[in-house]
Design a protein around this ligand. Structure first.
Ligand code: ADE
Length: 224
């Protein structure tokens, strides 16, 4: 999969994909992430990419022309399955969306700044508008990094143990159960006996029960 990201602060996106699972995905040739500097696509003086909002009001708006120059130069060589604009007024990102995107070939993400991007670009080029939650970030970059991480780890072949994504929280509309590792006892706090019993059937039943209980307590809204 290839993910291209258009940004006015490309430096923000240098480190997030260079470690851990996403690095492994890249090293295996399963994920390629390219960050495109929007300022390389403006014809305005001093690399300007934003301007005052028509109608007045506080805050700048990202101009349509540099965005169109950037996307059209990318589209000359790539057909995108989705053009995603990260914005607090988009649909809220979730694991189901991550699963769907992980099966695509080419994604383009657009990071907004200031008061957002000219509506005409949204109307004519963007295919999905996505928010990562009900709060406002100073730009779309961190949101794009969240999407790339959530999607990248689900690309078939990226995780070592293919089953480990299947036991993630949200994968079956359930939160994951509690987990423990050595030592068996620390400051008198013991690992539940059942996990040390070696009885895989009982352990599995315990995990399902714990998942259900956690989900009922914490996220009744996601239960089927
Ligand atoms: N840009 C600013 N805030 C955002 C959010 N919550 N989600 C996605 N993009 C954003």
């Amino acid at each position: 999969m290839k993910i291209d990201i258009i940004s006015v602060v490309p430096d923000l996106l240098q480190s997030p994909f260079a470690h851990s699972i996403l690095k492994r995905a890249k090293d295996k040739g399963l994920l390629e992430v390219n960050v495109i500097n929007l300022r390389d696509h403006t014809t305005y003086a001093r690399a300007q990419v934003d301007d005052y909002a028509f109608g007045g009001g506080a805050g700048m708006v990202m101009m349509i022309e540099p965005l169109v120059n950037a996307i059209e130069s990318l589209q000359a060589t790539t057909t995108y399955d989705e053009v995603i604009y990260l914005t607090p007024d988009g649909e809220t990102f979730n694991q189901k969306m991550a699963n769907g995107f992980s099966l695509k070939n080419n994604l383009l993400m657009i990071c907004g700044h200031y008061k957002g991007i000219d509506q005409r670009f949204r109307d004519h080029f963007v295919t999905r508008e996505i928010s990562i939650g009900d709060y406002v970030l100073s730009g779309g970059e961190i949101a794009a990094a969240v999407l790339v991480d959530a999607i990248g780890r689900l690309i078939p072949g990226v995780l070592n143990d293919e089953t480990s994504a299947l036991t993630d929280s949200f994968q079956d509309n359930l939160l994951a159960p509690p987990v423990y590792t050595r030592p068996e006892e620390f400051r008198g706090w013991k690992v539940p006996d059942i996990l040390l019993s070696g009885n895989h059937k009982l352990i599995e039943e315990w995990r399902v029960e714990q998942s259900l209980q956690r989900t009922k307590e914490r996220r009744p809204d996601i239960l089927d």
